[in-house]
Design a binder for this molecule. Structure first.
Ligand SMILES: Nc1ncnc2c1ncn2[C@@H]1O[C@H](COP(=O)(O)OP(=O)(O)OP(=O)(O)O)[C@@H](O)[C@H]1O
Length: 294
């Protein structure tokens, strides 16, 4: 059984004058998914999101949100919560007034008190926006996405500028929204967040998908890494290794278990200490670095 995707993008193109910013992009986001749109600077993520959010018209291609055109704002907009990189709240309004204003714009039902509590700004309710810290402003931006528990939530670099506790709190709220059935589209430059939380990732580079899939699909095609240091003099190793500028050895392998056990057995037999030993699958950062070298 297949249900209509929440977001359905087919052969989307966007040009700014002569510049082709989004090239034939196609993807779907299913109900309840957390989809991360990642990419290099200028890859076209914001442009793509702006079209899906209904802020910008496509040059060609089709975009459907809940089966409708995102330009049909009356039908689609109340079902979306959008946390932009900068919400542009009026500096003279208080936090409470700002949330009330957001609420009236969303046309969703909620209470200001509940939303302030969810984003942990109750104590700042009477404070003017101009007097908030960077992290508090970011939490106020988050309130725009949370108000009225929308079915579809866009989070554009949501944790930038947040301390660890606030980040964890934000993700707890997102987890709760997902339990309640919300679909989430995320952009972030914190790759570990995407790696931990996304169901699927679209990795954009120069307007197109370089890769798309689950985290394990994206990382599977790169070798795993074993890293360690050795005391001098360095004995002959049982496997091919390279040595980094920091003096650490790196073994890249598509058979981590076998090569790691070979290395450990060799170290045991030769009474060699493998210092700072680390072994693991490729991280998303490495997929990105591979992109940069294309
Ligand atoms: N209004 C515009 N007019 C002309 N070119 C634009 C406009 N907006 C964006 N661009 C260009 O389109 C490309 C894609 O921009 P976009 O902001 O979508 O990228 P992004 O993936 O969100 O980048 P970043 O990670 O740096 O925020 C960039 O090369 C950018 O310079």
């Amino acid at each position: 059984m297949s249900s209509t995707p929440v977001i359905d993008v087919e052969r989307l193109n966007l040009t700014y004058g002569d510049f082709h910013a989004v090239k034939d992009l196609s993807f779907q986001v299913e109900r309840g998914e957390l989809y991360a749109l990642l990419g290099t600077n200028g890859a076209g993520k914001t442009s793509t999101l702006e079209i899906i959010e209904g802020h910008r018209a496509a040059t060609s291609g089709t975009v459907r949100v809940f089966g409708k055109s995102p330009r049909d704002r009356g039908a689609v907009r109340p079902r979306m919560g959008i946390m932009l990189q900068e919400s542009g709240f009026s500096p003279d309004l208080t936090v409470r007034e700002s949330v009330r204003l957001i609420g009236s714009l969303t046309r969703r039902t909620d209470t200001v008190e509940r939303v302030l509590d969810v984003v942990d700004l109750t104590r700042k309710a009477g404070t003017k926006v101009s007097q908030l810290s960077g992290g508090e402003k970011r939490r106020l931006d988050f309130a725009t996405a949370v108000y009225g528990t929308p079915e579809l939530i866009f989070l554009d670099e949501p944790t930038t500028g947040l301390d660890i506790q606030s980040r964890d709190d934000l993700w707890d709220v997102v987890d709760k929204l997902r339990e309640d059935g919300s679909t989430v589209v995320l952009t972030t430059h914190y790759l570990e967040e995407a790696q931990q939380r996304a169901d699927r990732i679209g990795l954009m580079h120069r307007g197109a998908f370089h890769r798309e899939g689950t985290v394990s699909e994206l990382t599977r095609m790169l070798p795993a890494a074993i890293r360690f240091s050795l005391a001098e003099p360095v004995p002959a190793l049982p496997l091919q290794a390279t040595r980094g500028a920091d003096g650490k050895f790196l073994i890249e392998t598509f058979d981590l278990q076998k090569d790691l056990s070979t290395l450990l057995r060799w170290a045991q037999d030769h009474t060699v200490e493998l210092r700072d030993l680390q072994a693991g699958p490729t991280r998303l950062d490495d997929v990105f670095r591979a992109l940069g070298s294309d």
